[in-house]
Design a protein around this ligand. Structure first.
Ligand code: XIL
Length: 372
């Protein structure tokens, strides 16, 4: 299987080498695939990027998750502006960033990202209003005691209303609830939210979000959302949310790797979620070069680059095939010099999950993704 893909890619690369200069005029950028850059020299001679090949009208918004510090770095700014038309804050809109202590909201970092997006005509995806991680302890406490369900739900409603009102008209889509489905045999994740409120907090979160900004698109977001058992549990939750008109989209995180997931699982999941009439977005795409936690650290060899290009090609073929349902693809990072995967799931193991290398140059996978 992999061998066949490799041969295909090899033929593809050889053909590129002999097909002459790429034309990078704006007018040509959305026409034939063979007019797009196929190597670093051609890339350097033009200005187009991912967002020009995958236009929102024909395909989807192309997004990237960033910390506010990226906006101080000219090389990063150039890369972001060239390729992306949607931004997500990687941590700055999480509860612990926005309301670390009760009633004290701090929008400084998130506002920087939103202002940069507005200046540059980019959309913003909000991430995330209700999650079990990066969430302060005070929410679940009443003094030394555990807080009551009503107290926790009130805090949840206040947080969502305040945050969404602050960003009203500036953030077009929100991951309202993140990762509440269990990976094992239970339906819901056993979190402090769930242990105190049962499933009600999920619905209350969406109700508060709908009321706070009726124009924002509301998403449920999760990882391994293509795994059949988890997918079916997510689907059941979406059915209930949809019955109250509380959800507009399904966010599949897309923390994948050079071998996983198989195309069949991606397609089955897309079909199942889209059958509910929901928008689909890939919200946190990165393609790890490791397929297990036990693999030792590796350099980014040409073999890995090739495998990664094959995987990215496979994933983007699936995305393009569902272009009528997918409205956005967001990468969970910009370039290989900064990824949460360097710390997780194996601390200190360097990863290379993106289309751009540590010096912001496009990898082999980039050329495969844009030449279709
Ligand atoms: C990650 C951030 O990228 C890290 O910087 C942070 O330390 C942990 O969280 N699923 C999500 C994201 O929904 O919010 C997570 O982001 C990655 C997994």
């Amino acid at each position: 299987m992999l061998r066949k893909s490799k041969i295909k890619l090899f033929i593809f690369i050889v053909l590129w080498t002999f097909c002459g200069d790429a034309s990078c005029n704006k007018d040509d950028s959305t026409t034939e695939g063979n007019e797009r850059p196929k190597n670093i020299d051609e890339y350097n001679q033009c200005n187009e990027g991912l967002k020009d090949y995958y236009t929102p009208d024909d395909y989807f918004y192309m997004g990237v998750a960033i910390p506010p510090s990226f906006i101080n770095n000219q090389e990063k700014i150039n890369l972001i502006k060239r390729h992306f038309n949607s931004l997500t804050a990687d941590n700055s809109m999480k509860w612990s960033s926005l309301q670390p202590t009760e009633g004290n909201f701090d929008f400084t970092d998130a506002d920087k990202i939103v202002a940069f997006a507005q200046t540059n005509g980019m959309k913003v995806r909000g991430h995330t209003l209700c999650w079990h991680n990066q969430v302060p302890e005070w929410i679940f406490k009443n003094g030394e005691e555990t807080a009551s369900k009503e107290q926790v739900l009130n805090r949840l409603r206040t947080h969502i209303t305040t945050v969404m009102t602050h960003f009203k008209g500036k953030v077009c889509a929100w991951d309202v609830v993140n990762e509440v489905i269990d990976d094992g045999s239970s339906i819901y994740r056993s979190s402090q939210w769930y242990n105190i409120c049962g499933e009600d907090y999920i619905f209350e979160a969406f109700r508060a979000a709908r009321a706070a900004d009726p124009d924002a698109k509301l998403f449920y977001n999760d990882y391994t959302a293509i795994d059949p058992a988890k997918r079916d549990k997510i689907y059941d939750l979406l059915v209930k949310l949809k019955a109250e008109d509380l959800v507009d989209g399904m966010g599949l995180q897309g923390h994948w790797n050079i071998e996983y997931p198989p195309t069949s699982l991606i397609i089955q999941a897309f079909d199942k979620y889209k059958s509910l009439g929901l928008e689909l977005q890939i919200t946190e795409l990165d393609v790890s070069v490791y397929t297990s936690n036990s693999e030792p650290e590796s350099l980014y060899t040409s073999d890995l680059a090739l495998k990664q290009a094959v995987a990215y090609e496979r994933f983007f073929i699936a995305f393009r095939n569902y272009k009528n349902n997918i409205t956005g693809i967001t990468f969970w990072g910009l370039a290989d010099n900064y990824s949460w995967l360097d710390k997780f799931p194996v601390a200190g193991r360097k990863n290379y999950p993106f289309l751009f290398d540590e010096n912001y140059k496009p990898q082999k996978a980039y050329f495969v993704v844009i030449n279709f």
